[in-house]
Design a protein around this ligand. Sequence first.
Ligand SMILES: C[S@@+](CC[C@H](N)C(=O)[O-])C[C@H]1O[C@@H](n2cnc3c(N)ncnc32)[C@H](O)[C@@H]1O
Length: 276
Amino acid sequence: MKYLDTTIFNNRSNQRYKTNTQTYWTRSPCGSNSSEAEKLSKEYFDEIENDRYSSHPWILDAINNFNLKDKRVLEIGFGMGTDHLGLLRQGADIHGIDLTLNNSFILKERLKIYGFNSSLICGDAENLPIANESMDFIYSFGVIHHSPDTGRIVSEIHRILKPGGKCWITVYNKHSLFFWWSVFLMDWLFKGRYKYESLKERISKIEYLNDNPDLVIKLYTKKQFKILFSKFCTVDCSVKHLVKRDIFYIGPYIPDRIIDFLSGLLGWYIIIEAVK
Ligand SMILES: C[S@@+](CC[C@H](N)C(=O)[O-])C[C@H]1O[C@@H](n2cnc3c(N)ncnc32)[C@H](O)[C@@H]1O
C-alpha cells in the first residue's frame, strides 16, 4: 500500500527538506540530551559517550571489530562525533561529512579535548566532494534515512569506495516492534492521532522533541534497503536494538531473554555491511 510506504518523501523540495534537517540538528544535536554538564566540557562529552554505549553496546562492539588501522575512512553524518572518536581510537585516517555546520564546531572542540584530529567537512552526502575510489571504509549510523534521496547517497558511497572497500550503514527498521506496536498501533491508532496527522507526520515526530512534520525520517524494510545496495559485490543485512522503554506499556514486563531474542528480528536498526 503506497500510504504505508514509509520511504517516500517528495512533497517539498530537496533543499527545503535539507534546511529542516539542519534546523533540527542544530537545535538538538544527536545525544546532547543525555548530559546536563557544562556544554562542550570533557564531562559533557564523557557522559554522552557513556550513555550511548550503555544503551547501544553493539555499536561499540562493531567499531572495535572493524580493523581500521591506517585505513582511509569516511564517516557520513558524524553528529556530535561519539562514534567518530571511537573510529579514531582504532587508528583510522578519518574524514567526516555532515550537513549541519554546528556539528563541525562541536566535534572540533571535542577532538581538541581528547587530543585527536580529523578532516571534517560541512556538506551533503548526496553529492560527496570526494574523489572516486579513494576510501577503504565508510561508516554511517542513523543518517541516510534523513536525506530525501537515500539511494543517491548509496550510489555516492559506491563511487568513492575503493574496489574491495567496505561500508557499514544503519537505518531505521520499519518492521520493528517500536514502529508497529508503539508508534503505529498504540500512539497513532489507539490514541487517535490519525484524526489530525498523517502517519508520515507521526513518523517525523519520532525524533526527540521534534514537532516539524516535514523532518525527513524514512523507515525501511530489509528488502527495500538491500535493493539500494544491488551494485555491491556482497551485502550482509541484520537487525538490532530493542529496548524495553521503546515497547510502550508492556516493555517492562517482557523478560530480558525474550527482548534479546526479539532484537535480532524486530529491532529498531537495520545494519548493512557491504563490500564493493
Ligand atoms: C540522527 S543524527 C546521527 C548523528 C550521528 N551519526 C550519531 O549517531 O550520533 C543525523 C545526522 O545526519 C546528518 N545528515 C542528515 N542528512 C545528511 C546529508 N544529506 N548529508 C550529510 N549529513 C546529513 C544530520 O546533520 C545529523 O547530524
